[in-house]
Write a protein of this length. Structure first.
Length: 178
């Protein structure tokens, strides 16, 4: 069976979906948020920690370790006086960011290698011989490939009409001229 670009992309996506990913963004977000909130003066912290009065405290988006979070702040935007994590927290944020960047780099590198292998083969058999460990991600035959991986083009016109196409009825008989 010849490999189409749709089959290749479906193969790459299926293999990559089974790759366990470690995303440290939530850890960074939680660590930085808790650190900034812990630095608040006690009276402000009491108001901020009470959900009924939290909205009275000004907040801003700030970026810590390439992760944006909303934190209580006196600054009025992206200025130098935004809340800063403590040195201990900053060290942890930097380590988590480095780990996250390394994981993203590895995933990108693996995707590039897999992409090169998949697009270097013209048939299912060639790709299965090149990467026998990933044979289970390839379709068995043409029928299965058509049913599973190719986009369905049924009811396109009716879907457009349901969405309000065309804006005006005068465009129904309009032809494109080049």
């Amino acid at each position: 069976m010849r490999l189409t670009n749709n089959l290749r992309e479906a193969f790459i996506r299926a293999v990559m979906d089974d790759l366990p990913l470690v995303d440290h963004k939530e850890e960074i977000r939680k660590l930085a948020y808790e650190d900034i909130v812990n630095q608040l003066p006690p009276a402000i912290a009491k108001i901020y920690n009470d959900k009924s009065t939290r909205d009275w405290i000004k907040t801003n988006y700030c970026s810590y370790g390439s992760v944006s979070i909303t934190v209580p702040s006196l600054c009025s935007g992206y200025t130098a006086d935004k809340p800063k994590p403590t040195p201990e927290a900053q060290i942890k944020v930097n380590a988590l960011k480095a780990a996250n960047d390394a994981a993203n780099s590895l995933v990108s590198e693996l995707r590039t290698k897999l992409h090169g292998a998949a697009y270097g083969c013209t048939t299912r058999k060639q790709l299965a011989e090149l990467l026998p460990e990933f044979d289970s991600y390839l379709p068995d035959d043409d029928t299965k490939a058509t049913k599973v991986n190719l986009p369905v083009a049924a009811n396109i016109f009716s879907d457009f009409v349901k969405a309000g196409w065309p804006k005006t009825k005068k465009h129904l008989n309009k032809q494109i001229t080049i």
